[in-house]
Ligand binder design. Structure first.
Ligand SMILES: [Zn+2]
Length: 228
């Protein structure tokens, strides 16, 4: 089978999404991209994470063709492809309907730098994509438009959910957790009467410090923040 390690990671992180309460039921989806092969491994559509096996993961090219797998791929496969086509170093995407990111997305409130931890997303404001029906080309096009010229590793989808992307599944998943935590802080601050937002300069300083944060891992990568 192609992309065996990616298949196993998608199964493992899918189970973590449920354990961490990052998404509900079969909502959300995960993918990993192999730039050398031009192939993406993506979770199947409508299969519970606990029931998903490595052989259920679908291997696709970025034009939407299934290369390996007999399950129907995630309905959002086009949305995942957008990141791999447009962000050169991105090799993993996490999409979830996490409670607080989705709450802000339903309020039409952008996820802002109310806490410095958001620097993990390499931005001080997470772009918000207008509402489009799930699983459509229009939604994928809306995401492509929102990330054009933006360094942000995260996106909110109005009245839908959130997306985090990064070089590895470990750091994309970590960013999803960080975005969700920041969204909860922002929502609580808004509910309690308001919030102080850090400036672009203050956030740029944190992003610079994050370049040398933590320990270098065996594979040469570094954590990008608390979770990544
Ligand atoms: Zn969704």
């Amino acid at each position: 089978m192609k992309m065996q390690k990616a298949r196993e990671q998608i199964v493992a992180y899918g189970n973590r999404m449920i354990a961490d309460r990052l998404t509900l039921g079969t909502s959300g989806n995960l993918s990993i991209y192999d730039p050398a092969e031009g192939l993406m491994a993506i979770s199947p559509s409508g299969v519970a994470y606990a029931d998903t096996k490595p052989e259920d993961i679908v291997i696709m090219d970025l034009d939407g063709n299934i290369v390996e797998g007999d399950k129907k791929p995630s309905s959002e496969h086009e949305l995942h492809s957008v990141f791999y086509r447009n962000k050169k170093d991105v090799c993993a995407v996490v999409h979830a309907h996490s409670m607080y990111c989705t709450t802000l997305a339903c309020m039409g409130k952008p996820l802002q730098s109310v806490h410095y931890a958001l620097a993990e997303a390499l931005t001080d404001t997470i772009p918000m994509v207008p509402y489009y029906t799930y699983g459509t080309q229009a939604l994928a096009d809306g995401v492509a438009e929102a990330i054009k010229g933006s360094e942000s590793r995260g996106v909110l989808l109005a009245n839908h959910g959130m997306i985090a992307c990064s070089e590895t599944m470990q750091s994309a998943y970590g960013l999803a957790l960080t975005m969700e935590w920041c969204a909860e802080v922002e929502w609580r601050a808004l509910a309690a009467g308001g919030m102080n937002v850090l400036t672009a300069e203050q956030m740029a300083e944190v992003m610079e410090k994050y370049k040398t944060y933590g320990q270098v891992r065996e594979d040469g990568s570094r954590p990008r923040g608390y979770n990544g």
